[in-house]
Design a protein. Structure first.
Length: 646
């Protein structure tokens, strides 16, 4: 498997020549050649090599499996901005349609696309494997056990692909057999949401029954725990408002027509609890889950930062938090370039997937209290003016000081430590320097400050301004400079020179933190607030934050839970499914402005949410709660019913 195993090259070549594993329409009528299929199913090792190829396509098309893309799915949420292809992020632009899918379509570069209908390509290959594997001759009990395990892994892969399709489209076409020449391709239709859920759960039950525990299989392959976590993920999603009457309640493709949400929440809770209880192996958060002391030394605080940072940079044996994922290691032939794609432009990187100011303000202070932009000037939420004397007396005048550990593991901000660069003392430099006194601007509005700077710098030339080396006014690659005022730190490796070296890190598709969060949500929605917040507090404690009180209202618990999920899972793609499941897209997908930073030579600094310009203009339309099936696919199979609203 490409993930964590070097495949025997002769088998790889054989598989490629036999099957040509590539993108295809769900109703593609090209058959698998009988002679080649017959050859494949004469050798258990060749079948295993074919399975590895199915693993390599598990996240869709592209050179990187799972979610490691140049353009992260999270840029289709209120977390991040895609600075290079914002127009292709059709979900946030209100332009998503059957004829214009943007990065939810198959036409864009594979390293940029997200969940697409092309998941059926891999489903087709899995069906080929399952259709012939029972005919493979075996001569030993070891080979018989291998066949049984391969089947279970194939069921997991098919369930994974169908789960992605369901969470994106609702009920989809269920295909569980190999195509034959005499099949009628004009009749397959979309199954109901309920039927699609039932099909996936059936595959997962088969997978769980015959998959080994993580201790008994090579790292990176499916395990009982991985299949159980996928079941938890699926059941958590379908227990949300979106599929339970919140949108087109009478449409069986996108909403359940029977049963009730409480039963679905209970099923989601139980699925997560099985994993928590160790039924499918030992899983735990990496790091301590003890309530941290009220005062942390610098070393203790940094340990929390490093623990969260290192979670996504694992290069050896997984720790117990990882349930399913992939390592990008050069020695194993894997390739990732996220340092290049996301890193600061001043380091010759491309600066994509940038945190948004509203998101940055969601990170708490290190004592667990909310960050307040207007702490020193109540009611002023756009300007923070800081003098050197103020900063000396209280370092938290700088909005990036005193924040929680995950902030420093997730966001690159002005002054953040980064790679060697003597000119900026090895720090990210986003703010501009102005050779003038800034004290006269203290107390003024954003509009007044921006107009004064423009007049003195651009029109009169009385002030000299030098752009930060990692800004859009930089001398190097200005076009890659930040449009929000930040860069993404999470999943980047400070030891890697992204301009010349591949990244070596991990994409954690499923981890124990998600299971705990799914469990917490189900408990809270069922009214079991105390139990749910105890799970939330485990996440917080691991991050170096104190407990939330557990004797609160359901509304308060829900707010705290959703906040914790936003921060903990940031950048991992989870948010796109959550804001749709909760049906809050219209509330959170907002047009926003960039943060500008100016450092004057009299020691005065300004942090400005520059409302005189926009970083990205966003619109959400309700139809986009579900992806549309592309016009091309509908033309190929007119019997397929389009999603509502399109």
């Amino acid at each position: 498997m490409k993930n964590n195993k070097i495949i025997n090259k002769c088998y790889i070549l054989a598989i490629v020549s036999l099957f040509g594993i590539s993108s295809c329409n769900v109703l593609d009528q090209d058959p698998v050649d009988s002679f080649n299929e017959e050859s494949l199913f004469q050798d258990v090792n060749l079948v295993e090599a074919f399975l590895y190829q199915c693993y390599d396509a598990i996240g869709g098309s592209g050179s990187n499996v799972l979610g490691m893309r140049e353009d992260l799915l999270s840029s289709s949420t209120d977390e991040l901005l895609n600075i290079h292809r914002a127009g292709n992020v059709t979900f946030t632009k209100g332009t998503l349609s059957p004829s214009y899918l943007g990065q939810f379509g198959d036409a864009v570069d594979s390293r940029l696309s997200w969940i697409t209908w092309s998941n059926y390509s891999n489903i087709k290959n899995v069906n080929t494997l399952l259709g012939g594997i029972d005919d493979v001759p075996t001569t030993t009990t070891v080979e018989e056990a291998k066949i049984k395990q391969i089947k279970a892994e194939a069921y997991f892969i098919r369930a994974f692909n169908y789960t992605n399709l369901l969470r994106s489209y609702g009920g989809v076409v269920i295909v569980d057999k190999t195509f034959n020449l005499d099949d009628d391709f004009s009749t397959p239709t979309r199954a109901t949401l309920q039927a699609t859920v039932d099909f996936i759960l059936s595959d997962l039950d088969k997978a769980i029954a015959d998959l080994p525990l993580k201790t008994d299989i090579e790292q990176g392959r499916a395990t009982k725990g991985a299949a159980a976590a996928l079941k938890s993920r699926l059941l958590s999603f379908v227990a949300g408002k979106l599929t339970n009457g919140g949108y087109e309640s009478t449409n069986a493709l996108v909403s359940f027509q029977s049963g009730n949400i409480n039963d679905r929440l209970l099923a989601a809770k139980n699925a997560a609890k099985d994993i928590i209880d160790g039924k499918y192996g030992t899983y735990a958060l990496a790091g301590t889950t003890d309530d941290p002391p009220s005062t942390l030394s610098d070393e203790e605080f940094q340990a929390y930062v490093d623990n969260y940072t290192d979670l996504f940079l694992q290069k050896g044996a997984w720790n117990d938090e990882v349930i399913f994922g992939v390592q990008y290691l050069n020695k194993q032939g894997n390739s990732a370039n996220n340092n290049l794609y996301w890193g600061p432009n001043g380091y010759s990187c491309w600066g994509n997937n940038e945190p948004i100011e509203d998101l940055v303000r969601q990170f708490e202070m290190k004592d667990g209290t909310p960050f307040k932009w207007d702490k020193y000037t109540p009611g002023e939420n756009y300007v923070r003016a800081v003098t050197q004397a103020q900063l000396t007396s209280d370092p938290e005048y700088n909005p990036y000081n005193g924040r929680e550990p995950r902030f420093y593991a997730t966001v690159l901000y002005d002054g953040a430590p980064w790679r060697d660069r003597a000119s900026t003392e090895n720090k990210v430099q986003i703010g501009s320097k102005i050779a003038a006194a800034g004290s006269s601007l203290v107390g003024k509005s954003v509009t007044d400050i921006m107009s004064t700077i423009k007049k003195n710098v651009e029109e009169d030339g009385t002030w000299t301004m030098t752009g930060g080396e990692d800004s859009r006014d930089a001398a190097k690659q200005a076009w890659n400079g930040t449009k929000t005022g930040y860069y993404l730190r999470k999943m980047l490796d400070i030891t890697i020179d992204g301009e010349v070296d591949n990244s070596e890190n991990a994409w954690l598709e499923m981890r124990y933190a998600e299971v705990l969060l799914d469990y917490a949500e189900a408990c809270i929605e069922l009214g079991e607030v105390e139990e749910g917040l105890k799970a939330v507090n485990q996440i917080r404690n691991r991050a170096g934050l104190p407990d939330r009180p557990v004797n609160v209202s359901q509304d308060q618990a829900r707010e705290w839970y959703r906040h914790e999920r936003l921060i903990e899972m940031l950048g991992e793609g989870d948010r796109w499914y959550c804001i749709r499941k909760w049906m809050i897209c219209g509330d959170v997908l907002k047009t926003f402005s960039p943060l500008y930073i100016y450092h004057f030579n009299d020691g005065v600094s300004f942090y400005l949410l520059n409302t005189t310009t926009l970083a990205d203009e966003r619109t959400f339309i309700n139809a986009n709660y579900w992806l549309p099936i592309s016009t091309t696919e509908i033309n190929k199979a007119p019997q397929l019913i389009q999603n509502p609203g399109y």
